[in-house]
Design a protein around this ligand. Structure first.
Ligand code: CA
Length: 228
């Protein structure tokens, strides 16, 4: 799961990214409302942590713009202002939750789990499915409906598997996969995708899944899961 942190206070932004990364999420930061809005529009994020008091556009303006574009990514508003007006405005504009600064990290993590479970295309429980594949998003365990075997995935394997399962039976380009799993400024080797696909294929075979990751020549890969 990939989270965007839109926060102008650099110290807090970096601390949030560190905490999220430590919890196994992928996280990027944006320092103002305009940059945040542009990154959200890429469609790469599963959740946005959005500060309200921001330079260029404030958080409520960012929220207004993304909902106008019919982007339904879940948003948790963060603000130092604890006035109920902001909260009401934010919820009216389509925020999913609201946290007043200062907040404790465990509280934030609990809210993130709640928000991402109840909407945004994720499954209502912690098990994500595509064809016969089952991915436990709490334990990073991959299994398959037709077998009792299961296997733990590494952090990047998990991010790749989750991304492919969310987009099962659709072609994903190598660029999309690299940007999503390794980030736009990471110094990932271009062939990382092939290496990690081969790891996942071995693990899918081990759990006796009938689903396949097929190469799509000149583009990338497709997880073929339907009918398995
Ligand atoms: Ca701020």
């Amino acid at each position: 799961m990939k989270i965007l942190v839109v926060e102008d206070e650099e110290g807090l932004r970096e601390a949030l990214i560190r905490t999220l990364t430590g919890e196994g999420y992928l996280a990027d930061g944006a320092a103002d409302g305009e940059e945040g809005y542009e990154l959200i529009c890429t469609g790469l994020y599963d959740l946005v942590l959005l500060d309200i008091m921001l330079p260029v556009y404030d958080g409520l303006e960012v929220l207004r713009r993304i909902r106008k574009q019919a982007l339904d990514v879940p948003v948790i508003l963060l603000t130092a202002r604890s006035t109920t007006e902001d909260k009401v405005d934010g919820m009216d504009l389509g925020a999913d939750d609201y946290l007043t600064k200062p907040f404790a990290m465990p509280e934030l993590l609990a809210r993130i789990r709640m928000v991402t479970r109840r909407g945004g295309g994720s499954s209502p429980d912690r098990r994500m499915k595509a064809g016969d594949l089952i991915l436990d998003t709490d334990t990073y365990t991959l299994s398959s409906a037709g077998s009792s075997r299961s296997v733990r995935l590494g952090a990047k394997e998990y991010q790749l598997m989750e991304y492919m399962m969310r987009n099962a039976d659709r072609v994903l380009s190598r660029e999309q996969i690299t940007e999503r799993v390794w980030g736009h400024d990471a110094d990932a080797e271009y062939n990382n995708v092939d290496v990690y696909v081969s790891f996942l294929r071995k693990k899918m075979k081990f759990v006796q899944s009938q689903a396949r990751i097929s190469p799509v020549r000149g583009i990338g890969y497709e997880l073929e899961a339907s009918g398995t």
